[in-house]
Ligand binder design. Structure first.
Ligand code: ADP
Ligand code: MG
Length: 343
């Protein structure tokens, strides 16, 4: 890309908008776009930094004809979701963009989605890089987000204990259901990072993870990390009928365009949800309920964890009678065992 194009892009689009409505820049120690690097004011005493990076690649994570505003929203949202899963608050982010050309109309829309979310979460864009790629190469966007969390209070994947209960925020399955039908869906295109929830779960949840690859996959990550951390094999029992189906799936059920089981397979395995999955002790039940009510966000208890005498172990899906769901369904949802102690 010509350096003039890059220069205009940074000057016109980015620098002017990035600071708007961002209290970050109230500090005389803060420096955003325009120098060789950005400067971040010290965190308040007792906090530590959290950092996460996620990228979206054309053709792999999104289609070339995506609504650019939703893509701008999403590339920041998926990063904020990682902060949420750590219980962190956002501080600032950088953006690396690999572009085939400077398409001003497209970029304006992209930045509208990006900056709207940046402002509403008080997470300013403070720098980045812009490069040109060959005309037949995919475009990509990579965000690195900085956050802060009280020292030692971050929510890890590895903290769950046998006996804890498993919870999910919001609803599941709509994003994957939309992908399967090639239609737009707010869940897929405009995910809401659960930042307030993550911060409220500090000191209450024993472990947390955000649902990017699907509930079943994330439960496994949590079991593996928590199991190897405690050198104990942990299994999850999940109540199939408690999985909170998204509004699109519920509509489809009502109109009988999908069966209950198919809808639940979407909820159990569908990615791109950006809800939080977390573990908490039984004693935290009431408190978790209060948090959900005060945030206006449904929090659903979907199952519990138990120590399993022998590795490998896994996820056990149960129907409302406490019986295993049919084997074909369970294997679709990833019932197969895995080894906690693999290298
Ligand atoms: P350098 O050669 O020092 O990396 P650049 O020309 O790449 O400088 O960038 C100039 C300024 O613009 C820097 O402050 C950089 O952080 C910012 N910048 C470049 N691209 C982006 C982008 N995609 N998003 C945000 N800031 C950017
Ligand atoms: Mg650069």
């Amino acid at each position: 890309m010509a350096s003039l194009g890059e220069f205009d892009f940074i000057g016109q689009f980015l620098k002017s908008q990035a600071a708007q409505g961002q209290p970050f820049f109230d500090s005389p120690l803060a420096l955003g776009i325009g120098d060789d690097a950005a400067l971040i004011p010290p965190l308040p005493a007792g906090e530590q930094f959290v950092v996460a990076t996620d990228m979206l690649v054309e053709g792999r994570h999104y289609r070339a004809d995506v609504d650019p505003a939703s893509l701008g929203h999403k590339v920041l949202a998926v990063n904020l979701s990682d902060l949420a899963a750590m219980g962190a608050r956002p501080v600032a982010f950088t953006l690396a963009a690999a572009l085939r050309s400077i398409d001003q109309r497209w970029l304006r829309l992209f930045l509208t989605g990006l900056f709207d979310l940046a402002r509403s979460t008080q997470c300013p864009l403070i720098g980045g890089d812009t490069v040109g790629v060959l005309s037949d190469a995919p475009q990509s966007f990579s965000v690195t987000v900085l956050g802060a969390v009280p020292q030692g209070k971050a929510l890890l994947r590895s903290g769950a204990r046998p006996g804890d209960e498993l919870w999910v925020s919001g609803s599941l399955g709509d994003a994957a259901y939309a992908v399967s039908r090639w239609v737009a869906d707010p869940k897929l295109d405009w995910p809401s990072p659960r930042l307030a929830l993550g911060q409220r779960l500090q000191g209450l949840a024993s472990a947390a993870i955000d649902i990017s690859d699907g509930l079943s996959a994330e439960v496994r990550h949590l079991l593996e990390e928590s199991g190897s951390h405690r050198s104990v094999a942990i299994s999850a029992t999940i109540d199939w009928q408690t999985l909170p189906l998204g509004p699109s799936l519920r509509l489809a059920l009502q109109s009988q365009s999908i069966s209950d089981d198919r809808a639940r397979v979407f909820a159990a395995t569908g990615g791109d949800e950006y809800e939080l999955l977390f573990a908490a002790p039984v004693s935290a039940r009431d408190k978790v309920g209060e948090i959900g009510a005060s945030l206006g966000l449904p929090l659903t208890r979907i199952g519990s964890l138990a120590a399993t005498p022998a590795s490998p172990c896994g996820i056990f899906w149960r129907d409302d009678q406490g019986q295993p769901i049919p084997a074909e369904l369970a294997s679709e949802c990833g019932q197969g065992g895995f080894d906690h102690f693999k290298s």
